[in-house]
Design a protein around this ligand. Structure first.
Ligand SMILES: [Zn+2]
Length: 275
């Protein structure tokens, strides 16, 4: 009988403790959310890249399967990014695409199935781009504001269609080789090597090591004085017109295509199999 009392107390205490741990009280949650919102509003103050050192990290072929974790990190480090989306993955991971838009990152059109656009006829190029444009708008409520052709490959027809669709063409001027090395230190070193003011760095949110090394990389860039911004905030990117190519002169850099994955690499790594 003496033992029964503590046992009964213990039994009563256990479910209460479990409830507290697993289910935060609704009032606490509401307060945290309000505070978070206030913080988000405060940090939305635009960065003026004419006055401070900026860099843009751009992620191709997504939404990749690690995009959610990447978005968490970007939020934690008060950083913005640019996502060049592939229609087929927007279709399979709509929640990630939506989150990118809601959290204020730039969205771009990276075709629907990642073909070599130069090998397609004009109708097919237009279809790859318009299908992605329409889907991103439908899923996120925001239309992509730029085109990045797969492999950075351009011709006059791609340029004309970009102009017709009222968007600039966004290339890059620094790679990360993340898809090739799949090594955190190598990715970190390559990005820091290529980092420069108003630089546009090419990365991939389907490479696990890119997403894993991101806190360390953002810390290093911020220590060097960089503000990590969406590409549209960079000096010179603000007034881009339809059909313009940015960064200036990047289309003449033949080395750029070596920064992109081999054919089909992203499809193998990022199958359109849903979340
Ligand atoms: Zn790509």
């Amino acid at each position: 009988m003496l033992l029964a009392v503590p046992c009964a107390l213990a039994l009563m205490a256990t479910p209460t403790a479990a409830w507290s741990a697993d289910q935060p009280k609704p009032t606490t949650t509401a307060k945290t959310t309000a505070a978070d919102k206030a913080k988000s509003a405060a940090k939305v103050a635009p960065v003026d890249c004419a006055k401070v050192k900026c860099i843009a990290l751009t992620f191709d072929d997504g939404p990749g399967k690690y995009a959610d974790k990447l978005l968490d990190t970007l939020k934690k480090y008060k950083s913005k990014a640019t996502f060049l989306l592939e229609g087929q993955y927007v279709k399979s991971r709509p929640a990630f695409a939506k989150r990118m838009a809601v959290e204020g990152h730039d969205l771009g059109n990276h075709s629907y199935t990642h073909p070599h656009l130069r090998e397609l006829d004009e109708a097919k190029i237009r279809e790859e781009l318009t299908k992605t444009q329409d889907l991103v708008k439908q899923v996120t409520g925001k239309a992509p504001t730029m085109i990045r052709p797969p492999y950075g490959e351009l011709d006059d027809r791609v340029k004309a269609i970009a102009a017709e669709m009222n968007m600039p063409i966004m290339l890059w001027n620094g790679g990360s080789r993340d898809w090739a090395t799949k090594n955190e230190k190598a990715i970190y070193d390559e990005v820091l090597k290529n980092a420069k003011r108003d630089g546009v760095i090419l990365m991939h949110d389907w490479v696990a090591q890119t997403v894993t090394v991101m806190p360390k990389l953002l810390t290093a860039l911020q220590k060097q004085g960089y503000h990590i911004v969406a590409v549209s905030s960079l000096r010179g990117a603000k007034e881009l017109k339809a059909g313009d190519i940015y960064p200036v002169g990047s289309e003449k850099d033949d080395g750029l295509t070596s920064d992109t994955p081999l054919d089909g690499a992203e499809s193998a790594e990022s199958p359109a199999d849903g979340l």
